[in-house]
Write a protein that binds this ligand. Structure first.
Ligand code: DAT
Ligand code: MG
Length: 149
């Protein structure tokens, strides 16, 4: 089953948006299989955003992402990687459609409240970077037959 890595960034946690954000993925019908509150070390943040290390915003991004607790999560479901990116919205919240998390709840690219993996392969890498196997719970919600044919 496809899985993705989502993380509510320190701004989303500070702003009290954790329940609002998690509720959107629950309501959609995806399954939460792992979750923890974690303040990322610089090492973890630099690895997570390694693809951006040459970008001018990298230092600020690492400072921001390590500045407080995040809610790191793994969600499961058919097509969850691409669907979660749609639910999250465009990187710059000023370009994110209303109805998306960033479009509804954020205004600044450096404070865009949530991370979502951009492809199945990166999702698997990010899941193993942030979680140990034993921190994930494979389970089938009893509502599944009412959500998936
Ligand atoms: P996404 O988070 O939508 O996958 P990304 O991978 O291109 O976007 O960038 C990672 C994060 O870096 C993004 O969520 C916010 C920050 N960021 C991206 N572009 C930026 C910019 N031009 N200025 C400041 N921060 C930026
Ligand atoms: Mg990205």
């Amino acid at each position: 089953m496809e899985r993705t890595f989502l993380a509510i960034k320190p701004d989303g946690v500070q702003r009290g948006l954790v329940g609002e954000i998690i509720g959107r993925f629950e309501a959609k019908g995806f399954t939460l299989v792992g979750m923890k509150l974690i303040t990322a070390t610089r090492e973890l943040a630099e690895q997570h955003y390694g693809v951006h290390k040459e970008r001018p915003f990298f230092a600020g991004l690492v400072n921001f992402i390590t500045s407080g607790p995040m809610v790191a999560m793994v969600w499961e479901g058919d097509g969850v990687v691409a669907s979660a990116r749609k639910i999250i919205g465009a990187t710059n919240p000023l370009n994110s459609e209303p109805g998306t998390i960033r479009g509804d709840l954020a205004v600044n690219v450096g404070r865009n409240i949530i991370h979502g993996s951009d492809a199945v392969e990166t999702a698997n890498e990010e899941i193993s970077l942030w979680f140990k196997d034993e921190e994930l719970s494979a389970w089938t919600p009893c509502l599944t037959p009412w959500i998936v044919e």
